[in-house]
Design a protein around this ligand. Sequence first.
Ligand SMILES: [Fe+2]
Length: 135
Amino acid sequence: MAFYDWNPGIETGIALIDSQHRRLVDLINDLHEAMIARKGKEITARVLDELADYTVYHFGVEERAFAKHGYERAAEQKASHDHFVARLEDMRAKYERGSLMVNVEALDFLLGWIKKHILNEDMLYVPFFEDKSFD
Ligand SMILES: [Fe+2]
């Protein structure tokens, strides 16, 4: 069973963005799978790396489009992105050092953050991007 089943309620309706959000959720499910299957540290670390890298990529796509089109909440949303990326980097470093476990609390934090990112921030740009493109 997946840690989180994709819910249409968190879709923005922007195909590119929704597919990237799905990838983030899939990676959290992969981390969960690695956790319950007691996969080795190397595999878990690889998924965590992929999640951090893909998050940076996704935020970059959003931020470039914000800058290109002059989205008014760009600075606020970038600050929030930077905060989450720093937390992810911290988790990744702690996991490497052995001072962090990938457990349900860690997964809840990651999933909760991504849901907040979508519902409280990305949803706000949907009307603005109605006639603009992300690529
Ligand atoms: Fe997003």
